[in-house]
Design a protein around this ligand. Structure first.
Ligand code: PFF
Length: 460
């Protein structure tokens, strides 16, 4: 298979690398999840803790993934196999491929809802509805045995179609067009939101911290979300890093993507909270903030139909550029490890993930009585991937770089296309050796609810 190696794809330009990696990071996590968990955990105080984790843990783990990818030029599994042949480290990659499979199955379901909401918005379906009617419409839609599947399948076909075109013609080209559109839409929505009468209260909620509202659970969610939002822990950025050429500066990429992801999450908060407060709606809408709460805002807002259509196009674009990066983890693995052609690899991976996604979607309706550990399949997949596989993957990636790969090889890899100051390397190595693994381990315990049990023991 040396022929395959010689022609291994690469991203074409610096902007292409940035657009693809930022496209992966910026997704449902920024626009759907970040605002609602910020709402649930009390606004600005949560935001500050989240920013701390992004800097101290997210950024170093992201750089670690890029280093592993570019050094090995392999998929998430093959990368560890090449850098640490025969050692148990290679199982980190298997975790990643499994996580990609699971995450994309439910991610596709939520992205499908977003497409449906573009149509709801276009036909002004919610006009004149009470908040209860809007909520009931959403609940009935997601529980329907047919309709959500249709939109999920449409979304998965779009994702597969881009990935099948390849790294350069598919992933990079589409990201380069879609990411600027995303930025323009979110800025339009921000301007609309902050110019609403009474918007100030929403901005205060987002930027004025009240640390008394911050719970332990909030701190842990901030860390978990940092991983999800930056696409870390399952080898997405190992896979993308493997397509980055040696002239690119890995530190710059990691910093730019981290900043872009964080800025877009905050811009999403600015598009949502001022509007929510201006219309006197409670901000802690939880999972339903986007699909149940926001339509109430749009039906009251001048020009609401247009802004609502734009919002759900934004959400769909964000989901699409992330979904292609998740699918690419599986496809690159199929191509390089199972020696499939890209075409068949993409079709097989997309079909299998869509099938699992269909089960996921049905578990919110006709299969809702099928429960494992008291959770529907949808919740179970979300739980296993976000709370177990991603943090575990991230922890091992940090340990791998910190304790196995080591300072000198990091220095050598980063020095290609960039330069590395001594103090930066020292800080980085300490973060990946100690800070990140320990913090992630705590999240992991939390994911398994082990900490709750320990806390309960202390409270007795
Ligand atoms: N970062 C994406 C988001 O914020 O929606 C989700 C995601 C993509 C998670 C890729 C993990 C991943 F590897």
């Amino acid at each position: 298979m040396t022929g395959q190696r010689k022609t291994r794809a690469q991203f074409g330009s610096k902007f292409g690398v940035f657009a693809a990696a930022a496209g992966s990071a910026i997704g449902l996590g920024n626009i759907w999840k970040f605002p609602y968990i910020t709402g649930v955990y009390g606004g600005a105080a949560f935001l500050f803790v989240y920013l701390g984790f992004i800097l101290a843990i997210g950024l170093p783990v992201m750089l670690s993934e890029l280093v592993i990818g570019r050094r090995s030029r392999r998929n998430a599994f093959g990368a560890f196999n090449k850098l640490a042949p025969g050692s148990p480290w290679r199982f980190i990659g298997s975790f990643g491929v499994a996580a990609a499979f699971l995450i994309l199955s439910f991610y596709g379901v939520v992205a499908g809802w977003s497409i449906k909401y573009i149509f709801f918005s276009l036909s002004n379906t919610f006009d004149g509805f009470s908040p209860l009617q809007i909520a009931e419409t959403f609940d009935a839609f997601v529980a329907d045995p047919g309709k959500p599947l249709l939109y999920q399948i449409i979304f998965m076909i779009l994702t597969g179609a881009i990935v099948i075109l390849g790294v350069h013609n598919g992933i990079e080209s589409f990201s380069k067009v879609l990411m600027p559109i995303l930025l323009i839409i979110i800025l339009i929505l921000d301007i609309r939101a902050v110019t609403l009468h009474g918007a100030g209260e929403g901005l205060r909620f987002l930027f004025h911290p009240d640390f008394s509202k911050l719970t332990f659970e909030g701190v842990l969610s901030a860390l978990g979300h940092a991983f999800f939002s930056l696409s870390l822990g399952m080898g997405t950025l190992i896979t993308y890093g493997s397509y980055v050429n040696k002239q690119n500066n890995l530190i710059n990429i990691a910093v730019q993507v981290t900043v872009a992801d964080t800025v877009v999450a905050i811009l999403a908060g600015i598009a949502i909270f001022p509007a929510v407060f201006a219309f006197h709606i409670e901000p802690d809408g939880g999972v339903g903030l986007i699909f149940k709460t926001l339509p109430n805002v749009f039906i009251q807002m001048p020009g609401g139909v247009i802004f609502s259509v734009l919002f759900f196009i934004l959400l769909t674009i964000a989901a699409l550029t992330s979904a292609i990066s998740i699918l690419e983890v599986v496809v690159a693995y199929f191509v390089e490890e199972l020696k499939l052609h890209r075409r068949s690899a993409t079709i097989i991976a997309t079909s299998l993930i869509t099938l699992l996604g269909i089960i996921c979607s049905l578990s919110l309706g006709i299969y809702s009585n099928v429960q494992v550990f008291n959770k529907t399949i949808f919740d179970l997949l979300d739980f296993i991937s976000a709370n177990i596989l991603l943090p575990l993957g991230g922890m091992f990636i940090a340990l791998f770089i910190g304790w196995f790969f080591g300072k000198f090889r990091v220095m050598r890899e980063v020095a290609q296309g960039g330069s590395l100051k001594g103090w930066f390397l020292t800080v980085f190595m300490n973060l990946v050796r100690f800070v990140a693994p320990i913090a992630i381990f705590i999240v992991f315990l939390n994911g398994l609810k082990i900490l709750d049990a320990v806390m309960a023991l202390f409270k007795r």
